[in-house]
Write a protein that binds this ligand. Structure first.
Ligand SMILES: [Zn+2]
Length: 311
């Protein structure tokens, strides 16, 4: 093979939220088993077993809950914490005081620029109050980020955004984000752009797309994601990325899912204990295979430096 690829960097980016229900609505009453049981006892132990370094992207309601913050602060092992915004749940223009039974109605990028900035600033402050340092990685709720969102994140000191899902266009009543032509591999976006790569600058936030593979005759790609892909499909997605990007020195594989997926009935996905076990076993098998192929694991923010050197 005449591949130039010297490094495969695997990241695991997890939207870390309160428990939901099988209809993808927040549990009523609100519960946090995904944080107090899921993160320490199901996820982190699984990642530790293979040497993976997850990035838990934390939502407002998780950081507002003392038991969750305590559980996260005492988490052992290697991991990164970043933030994840569902814009209706934080000031200014906060829409809900009680999150129980609520869906996440809107994209952050549907708000005016200054309102979105202030929401992100408040989310970032909440993180800093909880953990004593600033977060540097982020994903928008429902992937609803645009170029202005990236500018806002950059002003707040973020190094990596992972809101882009190649080949997919997402819509809600007040906004659309169109990632159908987005690059598959990490890039420094051009000024005032989100899916167009630009010249590298030290100041620029790195966009790390969720790893997918397009499918013939299907509008949606397959995701590098447990439950959405079997172990064989995960291998196939990695091989596709390595083939397609053989000209790149570094190839990134970015797994995505939600913390709630490892609690039975707390998402539309695993509904039984056996389902959860299968989810975790497949996730570990997929990551273990990546390791055997020579991949290294890292938190999302570490990629900023990696790509600085690769640029
Ligand atoms: Zn979310």
């Amino acid at each position: 093979m005449n591949s130039k690829t010297q490094k495969i960097k695997v990241t695991v980016s997890i939207d870390t939220e309160c428990d939901h229900d099988p209809n993808w609505v927040r549990a009523n009453p609100i519960t946090f088993e995904s944080i107090t049981e899921g993160v320490p006892n199901r996820l982190q132990t699984a990642f530790d077993s293979v040497g993976a370094v997850p990035t838990y992207l934390l939502t407002v309601e998780v950081m507002e809950n003392k038991a969750c913050v305590d559980a996260l602060r005492s988490l052992k092992g290697e991991y990164e914490f970043g933030t994840h915004l569902h814009a209706a749940f934080i000031e200014p223009q906060k829409k809900f005081d009680d999150y129980a039974g609520v869906d996440s109605p809107d994209f952050q990028c549907s708000y005016p620029e200054d309102i979105e900035y202030q929401k992100l600033a408040n989310l970032t402050d909440l993180f800093e109050q909880s953990f004593g340092y600033k977060p540097t990685s982020f994903r928008a709720g429902r992937y609803g980020a645009n170029a202005i969102s990236l500018n806002n994140l950059q002003k707040l000191g973020y190094k990596v955004d992972t809101s882009v899902t190649p080949y997919i266009r997402w819509s809600e009543p007040n906004a659309t984000v169109d990632f159908r032509k987005a690059p598959e591999q990490p890039y420094f976006p051009a000024k005032d752009e989100i899916i167009i790569p630009g010249n590298y600058s030290h100041q620029r936030i790195l966009e790390v797309p969720v790893t997918v593979k397009p499918r013939l005759l299907r509008r949606t790609p397959i995701w590098f994601r447990p439950w959405f892909a079997s172990v064989d499909q995960m291998k196939d997605i990695v091989q596709y990325q390595l083939r397609k990007h053989a000209d790149k020195e570094v190839v990134n594989i970015n797994m995505m899912f939600h913390s709630m997926e490892v609690i039975e009935k707390a998402s539309p996905y695993p509904q039984t204990k056996a389902d959860v076990q299968k989810f975790i076993d497949n996730m570990v098998a997929g990551l273990e295979w990546c390791k055997q192929e020579g991949a290294e694991f890292c938190g999302l923010s570490a990629l900023h430096e990696t790509y600085q050197h690769a640029s």
